[in-house]
Write a protein that binds this ligand. Structure first.
Ligand SMILES: *Cc1c(COP(=O)(O)O)cnc(C)c1O
Length: 364
């Protein structure tokens, strides 16, 4: 297949050689070999550091969406109240997800170009609706924004809401994710974003309170979290685990921890700032409002007038660069540069900005 020398898609991102190699081994049976269990446990320990938690981190075969579905279905039964605090495609989508399994859903919605603010409105909704679960998205990838979570966690604690469910698929390993400090009960992750592992694995950090609820709900299904509560102690997984996916996750997390979390976060910040300055410098406009928080992992830019998404994509590909479009109401209006994980690279960003400048020069 054709590959592109300037990959700037916000997931799946480019996978490093050492991670690819870990994925390409003929492993034995993960049900039989204690070596697998040891690898799983060490991978969990690495993920705990990346997700800022002492909680168990479940490693499932699938992708980010599996974490979103599995955690919701494991905790929510028809009639339960779910408050979706939403600033974008995934945030509003979580409300729909909860509705589809019979939850009573209320949405506190903000503009797609905004990040969480107006805490009085959020608090009032918590007090009046009394949800069992609050859902939120940390990095809203389709908008290129990063929501502040600490204050939401504080409100959740203050009002005794049982569960805070946070999508950190596009933020974990790219920016601090402080699961325990923010009182997050279900922190969700996927392999193909900042961890730069092939799209194959889902991760869920589960709090004690969430395990209690998971036991009460007793959901059974391929994506269920419950069997993972005891899977390691009993060396009994609900299906044959994906050894290659766990090994690649281990290699990816080792790479992140070897660099040092703080160094990796600083690299993401630096490349993101370079990206924002570069696109504005060539006369393009950022999608998030100035008062919103732009994500250090992905930058969303308005497509300039006179240029369609298809034409922009064609022009960039001609120069060896691929970016992301967007979804929902943002489709065709904005494009996104994914500088997460391996793609948070100043040299790569320099090339990307040069190609972009060439592609949009008649339209800015
Ligand atoms: C990528 C992503 C997901 C997961 O989507 P997949 O298609 O499973 O990779 C979920 N939430 C956010 C915010 C994402 O960026």
């Amino acid at each position: 297949m054709q590959t592109y020398p300037i990959p700037m898609v916000p997931g799946p991102v480019k996978v490093a050689q050492e991670v690819l190699e870990a994925y390409q081994i003929n492993y034995g049976s993960s049900d039989l070999e204690p070596e697998f269990l040891d690898l799983y446990n060490r991978t969990e320990a690495n993920l705990q550091k990346i997700f800022g938690t002492k909680n168990r981190v479940v490693i499932q075969t699938g992708e980010g969406m599996l974490a979103l579905w599995g955690a919701m279905k494991s905790c929510i039964v028809p009639g339960d109240r779910v408050l979706a605090v939403a600033t974008g495609v995934f945030g509003f989508g979580m409300g729909d997800l909860a509705k589809s399994i019979g939850a009573e859903v209320e949405v506190v919605g903000f503009g797609y170009d905004e990040t969480l603010h107006d805490w009085e409105r959020v608090e009032q909704a918590i007090v009046e609706f009394k949800p069992k679960m609050i859902t939120v998205v940390h990095c809203e990838t389709p908008s290129g924004t990063l929501n502040p979570i600490a204050e939401l966690g504080r409100l959740k604690e203050k009002h005794g809401v049982p569960l805070l469910y946070m999508d950190s698929v596009a933020s974990a390993a790219g920016t601090p994710v402080l699961t325990d400090e923010w009182h997050v009960d279900l922190a969700l992750g996927g392999s193909q974003k900042c961890l730069a592992v092939p799209p194959s694995m889902a991760y869920v950090a589960v709090s004690e309170r969430a395990w209690e609820i998971i036991q009460e709900v007793n959901y059974a299904g391929y994506d269920a979290l419950l069997p993972f509560q005891t899977a390691q102690e009993q060396f009994y997984f609900p299906y044959t685990p994906n050894w290659a996916g766990v090994a690649a996750t281990y290699a990816g997390t080792e790479k992140v921890l070897r660099e040092g979390l703080a160094n990796g976060f600083a690299r993401h910040e630096k490349v993101a700032a370079m990206c924002r300055e570069g696109v504005q410098g060539m006369g393009l406009e950022l999608f998030p409002r100035p008062e919103a928080v732009s994500s250090p992992t992905v930058t969303a830019v308005n497509i300039p007038e006179g240029l369609s998404w298809q034409e922009l994509d064609t022009r960039l590909r001609r120069q060896g660069m691929v970016v992301g479009g967007s979804y929902g109401p943002l489709a065709g209006k904005i494009f996104r540069l994914g500088h997460m994980g391996s793609q948070a690279d100043p040299d790569l960003m320099e090339k990307a900005l040069a190609a972009l400048k060439e592609a949009v020069k008649e339209f800015v």
